[in-house]
Design a protein around this ligand. Structure first.
Ligand code: FEO
Length: 172
């Protein structure tokens, strides 16, 4: 049975993951209307992944005797000055999510809830992967600079980039 304090903290993270899904969905739309189809596909996939992260939390809360909350979400930013700025925001957003996960882990230790602590290790590993991927993408973008041919190749190749995660998939 989940303690109320843990249930509340987990529900906060449900909201963070749901908002992340919306943030990347807005990025996908921006890229799609700009004709950056590869980047759009990548962002749609990111958005789906965040929804999976949210669902995994929801199921855990409900299965442990809590009640997962579906709450109102903050509207995401929908326009960007450049695709580079957009990927920078993705990276910054992932750092923010990692901080949220770390705080959550800290709460489970304070409350001595070791099963939730164990459950959250999947998210800890996932955040390492996501931050690393975002950094790799930013490095590639910096290499391209303003080269249009480079952008064409980047847009073509980025859709192949998925989180090559060795950790358990979200619905396992
Ligand atoms: Fe669910 Fe990208 O953090």
């Amino acid at each position: 049975m989940l303690k109320k304090s843990i249930e509340k903290a987990l529900n906060e993270q449900v909201r963070v993951e749901a908002e992340s899904s919306q943030v990347y969905l807005a990025m996908a739309c921006w890229a799609e209307v700009k004709g950056l189809d590869g980047i759009a596909k990548f962002m749609y996939a990111q958005s789906d992944e965040e929804r999976e992260h949210m669902l995994k939390l929801i199921k855990f809360i409900n299965e442990r005797g809590g009640h997962a909350q579906v709450s109102a979400l903050k509207a995401p930013n929908v326009t960007f000055n450049s695709f580079k700025e957009m990927f920078k925001k993705l990276y910054e957003h992932e750092i923010f999510v990692s901080e949220c996960i770390n705080k959550l882990v800290e709460i489970t230790l304070d409350e001595k809830d070791f099963s939730t602590h164990n459950f959250l290790q999947w998210y800890v590993a996932e955040q390492i992967e996501e931050e690393a991927m975002a950094r790799t993408i930013l490095d590639k973008i910096n290499m391209i600079g303003d080269d249009k041919g480079g952008l064409y190749l980047f847009d073509r190749d980025v859709q192949q980039l998925t989180i090559n995660s060795s950790v358990t998939p979200p619905d396992a």
